[in-house]
Design a binder for this molecule. Structure first.
Ligand code: ATP
Length: 350
């Protein structure tokens, strides 16, 4: 099965797709390419257009403008059943009256495949999701995680060209969700299946993805590898949405120096043009005891988080900083003044 699936996997291109629902512009000229065998997550807040984009790819929504291509061929007007796309949604959507076998066999029966072949493929798909032996159970006799594995088996059993997953683990508890994330990753790699995974959970996106597309208000803000998204976000929205951040704005007053509105001069690794307006991002965990830029601040809040201390500091010039330090020694007390530093290399300028 792995070989067959690998041979069928495809490249997806979304080109200038726009979709309106009355007054709401759900997708505003979205373009995106997912390469063969890649797992791309679409990460964005509620209402940013993630599900609408997936529905356009699957054929459940027709775009007002734009084109969807699989391996170069436009499929924008093809009905969903002819697109050869496997899908899994948040709310399982298994047929409650059908057994596990019946559920997984369904897409094959729709395609008029011979019974012996169906048995063989259902067996393979259930083995892949580690549910061999569960054929005769009904969905209500399965745990949430097992139900999602059946949904996954049903989505891959017919060797689709693409796999689309819309917040498939949203209803599961944290531990089970983490297990399922690793399983999906393993399965997707093994089959080499081109996959889009929707989530609003940034940790989930970081765990799973080859690349992440960050969406906001119907537009794609940045598409990049997980490290790139975290270390070098393209703008405030991405910097703020993925991970914890200290974001400030200022002007490049000389090469390598950004002066913030409060008057503070920050040493950065950026030449650029003097006078440029720039954003700076300092991740809380990049601060150390000392550095080329030092901040002295009063502790407003200190939280013990097991592996780290999370501190909110107020500096004399009005800057407020979120800082994470490895949890060593005693937790600083509120009101105490402490000093932290950060080197130019640890500051991202955008
Ligand atoms: P969530 O994470 O909450 O599922 P999302 O990013 O998937 O959000 P979409 O479901 O794609 O967002 O919705 C994008 C926008 O389009 C929202 O403002 C939503 O209210 C609107 N919308 C989606 N479907 C319809 C519809 N059938 N009719 C009217 N408006 C819709």
């Amino acid at each position: 099965m792995a070989e067959r699936a690998r041979a069928r996997t495809a490249e997806l291109r979304v080109e200038g797709v726009t979709k309106r629902f009355g007054e709401v512009l759900a997708l505003d000229g979205v373009s995106l390419a997912v390469t063969e065998g890649e797992l791309l997550t679409i990460l964005g807040p509620s209402g940013s257009g993630k599900t609408t984009l997936l529905k356009v790819v699957a054929g459940f929504e027709a775009p007002d403008a734009g084109t969807v291509r699989v391996d170069g061929a436009a499929i924008t007007t093809l009905p969903p059943a002819r697109r050869d796309i496997g899908m899994v949604f948040q709310n399982y959507a298994l047929f409650p009256h059908l057994t596990v076998r019946g559920n997984v066999a369904f897409p094959l029966e729709m395609r008029n495949i011979a019974r012996t072949e169906i048995d063989r493929r259902v067996g393979e798909a259930l083995a892949l999701v580690e549910l061999a032996g569960y054929e005769a159970r009904l969905p209500r006799q399965l745990s949430g995680g097992q139900q999602q594995r059946v949904a996954l088996a049903r989505a891959i059993v017919f060797n689709p060209r693409l796999l689309l997953l819309d917040e498939p683990f949203g209803a599961l508890d944290r531990k089970l969700r983490e297990t399922m994330q690793l399983e999906v990753r393993r399965l997707q790699r093994r089959l080499g299946l081109t996959t889009i995974f929707i989530t609003h959970d940034q940790e989930e996106a970081l765990v799973l993805s080859d690349r992440i597309a960050v969406m906001n208000k119907g537009t794609i803000q940045q598409v990049a590898t997980t490290t790139e998204i975290y270390e070098r976000p393209a703008n405030d929205f991405v910097a703020d949405f993925v991970g914890e951040s200290n974001i400030f704005h200022g002007t490049l007053t000389e090469p390598g120096v950004v002066t913030l509105s409060a008057g503070r001069r920050l040493m950065v690794n950026r030449a650029g043009r003097v006078g440029d307006r720039l954003g700076v991002l300092m991740r809380p965990e990049r601060f150390a005891g000392s550095g080329a830029n030092t901040f002295s601040g009063e502790v407003l809040e200190a939280v013990y988080l097991g592996a780290s201390f999370k501190l909110r500091l107020a500096c004399a010039d009005g800057l407020e900083l979120l800082v994470r330090q490895p949890a060593r020694g005693t937790l600083p007390a509120a009101g105490q003044t402490i000093e932290v530093g950060i080197d130019p290399d640890a500051i991202h300028v955008f």
